[in-house]
Design a protein around this ligand. Sequence first.
Ligand SMILES: [Zn+2]
Length: 139
Amino acid sequence: MSLVPRCMYCEAHDGGLVAVAEVASGSGPGWSYYACRRCRIAQRLVPLVAQASNSWGGLHYWPESVPHELVERLADLGDAPQLRPITDRLFPATAVAASRAVDDRERDIAVASARAAVASLWATVTSQPDGLAPAPGGS
Ligand SMILES: [Zn+2]
């Protein structure tokens, strides 16, 4: 078994590998699964450090409310622990919005908060200092 991390999808050794899942081991710290930037985009994977706090370490996928372009921008961030407060809102809201057990009013609220979380994701990717986004407030 190699200690060099490789992408769990395409087996690449580089290309922006980021841990996307973690398996607890009975004897020791367990191990992580990695995915490269390209596969994280193709699979819509959430980095392990950005998964909602209640994650058990399995694979998490960006929900449909996150457009492909945003998934790409998020993948550019690599490990992005700053996203966790947002996924903590996005994932529960998405689950409620998709649930058949809630009434329309609850669903509307959940859809709105999922939208707000997606807007926060956009704000995060466009505020990267080394990003291509134009400086805010420029005239
Ligand atoms: Zn890959």
